[in-house]
Design a protein around this ligand. Structure first.
Ligand code: FAD
Length: 304
């Protein structure tokens, strides 16, 4: 089968990280880049052919319909998207235009003879499904698996074809501001609070423990979103902030992949959980099976 694989990219490094992760050959891939000339040139350095829609100063989202129509005409065998929300929107529209099959959370892709196989993780990574997909398949890769790739300094190797595309002008940037790194993101010691550390006096105890450790406090998503015990910027994970401490002490956090995605750069992870089967024990360097009502006072006493 002819390998007609397209990757949709709206962010720097997206094509490089997808090619790397899916073990594709750059020469087999066409990148549809929606963004600046710099983005198109960086992408071409990966060695792919680039079709470039110049989004000028507009959100790439304004070119969703135009990009979907370009993909529909080219009718690639497989269309792949990574983690950027705008590329995912384009892939969704392209799938609808092509009448293509869609699989998300994909972790591998193989194309042998006439067969396209994709593996995807489901049920919070407890199962891996292998799927045989039809020609014209849209795949969204599990963002947790994508490692950022630094821009290459090599001279442009792939071709760049500029494509005239009409913006629908529907979305305007009101502001674009970098998010300042919080103390949590740069802290050496972080205490992470989960739902298991909130009953009775436990939350106050975790605050005290963080004080004696000289640690910043972070939390799992529901501590912010359901209980509103801690502010938005303190929840850690895939959709939250990323931390890189020397020590991360997780208290009463189950350890789902969404939470652990924020801990990739933590050096040492210690978790405390009363459930010996808690997922966190698979990701931690050290684990303590025990009730926080016993463990936190013992840690405070030991460290004071
Ligand atoms: C699209 C999506 C994105 C998400 N993004 C994020 C994200 O970025 N960050 C994030 O954190 N979550 C995220 N989540 C939610 C995530 O899947 C989990 O639901 C959440 O992390 C669970 O929080 P928790 O571990 O605090 O609570 P629970 O899952 O309820 O775990 C509580 C743990 O505490 C233990 N425990 C209870 N009492 C005690 C005690 N007395 N002593 C010791 N242990 C005790 C229990 O055994 C349990 O393991 C996301 C979910 C989705 C669907």
């Amino acid at each position: 089968m002819m390998r007609n694989i397209w990757i949709v990219a709206t962010e720097q490094g997206e094509v490089a990280s997808l090619i790397n992760f899916l073990e594709l050959k750059s020469a087999d891939v066409t990148a549809l880049v929606i963004g600046s000339q710099e983005l198109a040139e960086q992408t071409a350095r990966v060695g792919t052919a680039v079709k470039w829609i110049d989004s000028a100063d507009q959100p790439a989202t304004n070119f969703t319909a135009a990009a979907a129509s370009i993909i529909q005409k080219a009718a690639p065998t497989v269309i792949v998207g990574g983690s950027s929300p705008e590329a995912r929107a384009v892939i969704g529209s392209a799938a609808a235009a092509l009448g293509a099959a869609v699989a998300s959370n994909v972790i591998s892709l193989s194309i042998e003879d006439d067969v396209i196989c994709a593996e995807r993780s489901v049920l919070d990574d407890k199962l891996i499904e292998t799927l045989e997909m039809p020609i014209h398949t849209c795949l969204l890769v599990n963002a947790l698996n994508l490692q950022p790739q630094a821009p290459s300094d090599e001279i442009v190797t792939g071709s760049i074809e500029t494509i005239e595309a009409k913006s629908d002008g529907s979305v305007e940037y009101l502001s674009v501001e970098p998010v300042a790194a919080s103390g949590l993101q740069t802290a050496d010691y972080v205490v992470g609070v989960g739902l298991g550390a909130t009953g009775g006096d436990l939350f106050n105890q975790t605050v005290k423990l963080a004080e004696v450790m000289g640690a910043e406090m972070g939390c799992s998503m529901p501590i912010y979103s359901e209980l509103q015990l801690m502010p938005h910027e303190t929840y850690i994970g895939l959709t939250g902030c990323k931390v890189a401490p020397k020590l991360y002490l997780a208290l009463g956090i189950s350890g789902t992949s969404q939470h652990c995605a924020g801990l990739r750069n933590a050096k040492t992870i210690v978790c405390v959980n009363k459930d010996p089967k808690a997922l966190f024990f698979n990701n931690a360097d050290y684990g303590i099976v025990g009730d926080l009502n016993d463990i936190i006072p013992a840690l405070i006493a030991a460290l004071s």
